[in-house]
Design a protein around this ligand. Structure first.
Ligand code: SF4
Length: 273
């Protein structure tokens, strides 16, 4: 038998992870960019402390209501749910914090989720109309509640707090109508899990500065951030990026002069360090 025929079969190499690959490349080609962005944003917008915003089921429904609309409209939609389907349960305090674009919900009990799930669809559409896109949102809310009840026997999502972050994200992401952003919002704000929800503001600032590859989609951006940041940086990074996108790095007329990221922003200077 020739030596070649005795050679062991080659072990297959694992395909490279594009997210960690990008994080390493960024650290090599633009050293210190990530801490520069986080530090400058914290100097401008402050350090953020995590506090639970709402019960996770309420957070999920409120986040569905925020899709493609201003947070203040989502608040109106959630308030309408509380009025139309009162539960008489314990009062919740909404602690919106910086980064939330509305005024915050008044204290009140969560809606009766059984009644919301089983409400006639046209009725639910009318109830949540103030939040915009009521047809799609009513469908997503009822499908989510149905999926949670079918899997767990009730509407509580507290069990997610016992799972590793990515497992919990996959569980929510598997529900029709729930994407990785909505799942990340629920897990970050209800449990403090190390995830970074990427909405249009976060994506815009990150793309402009050059934190993300040019062709990265919003869904992929979530995993690029997980590769770039330490777990304890996620909450503050999310809040300050979203706030920066709203207050300074506007979509149409970004206020470069008021922006501490200017010296390293590739939107302004494609060769910025
Ligand atoms: S320098 Fe301008 S484009 Fe760049 S992050 Fe700041 S505001 Fe946005």
């Amino acid at each position: 038998m020739s030596p070649a025929s005795r050679a062991r079969p080659k072990r297959k190499r694992r395909p490279p992870n594009p997210y960690t690959g990008w994080a390493k490349r960024l650290a090599r080609t633009r050293p210190g960019l990530v801490p520069f962005v986080l530090d400058r944003l914290a100097e401008l917008h402050g350090h953020q402390t995590w506090e639970r915003r709402l019960d996770p089921t309420s957070e999920l429904v409120l986040t569905i209501l925020t899709q493609s609309t201003a947070d203040v409209n989502a608040e109106h939609g959630f308030e309408a749910l509380r009025r139309a389907y009162p539960s008489g349960g314990p009062v919740e305090r909404h602690v919106p914090g910086k980064g939330w674009g509305g005024a915050g919900l008044p204290d009140g009990a969560a809606p009766d989720w059984y009644a919301v799930e089983h409400a006639p669809y046209p009725e639910l559409v009318e109830v949540i109309r103030p939040a915009g896109l009521p047809f799609a949102k009513a469908k997503a809310i009822q499908a989510s509640l149905e999926a949670i009840r079918a899997a767990r026997g009730d509407y509580s999502l507290e069990f997610l707090g016992e799972l590793p972050a990515l497992e919990a994200r996959d569980w929510l992401d598997a529900i029709p109508g729930i994407g990785v952003k909505t799942a990340s919002v629920v897990l970050l704000f209800s449990f403090g899990m190390p995830l970074l929800p990427v909405d249009r503001h976060v994506e815009r600032v990150a793309h402009r500065v050059g934190l993300l590859p040019k062709k990265a989609t919003v869904a992929e951006a979530h995993d690029y951030f997980l590769a770039m940041l330490e777990p304890n940086q996620m909450h503050e990074a999310h809040v300050n990026l979203i706030h920066h996108g709203r207050a300074v790095c506007h979509a149409r007329r970004p206020n470069h002069d008021a922006c501490p990221l200017l010296p390293r922003c590739r939107f302004v200077d494609p060769k910025a360090p």
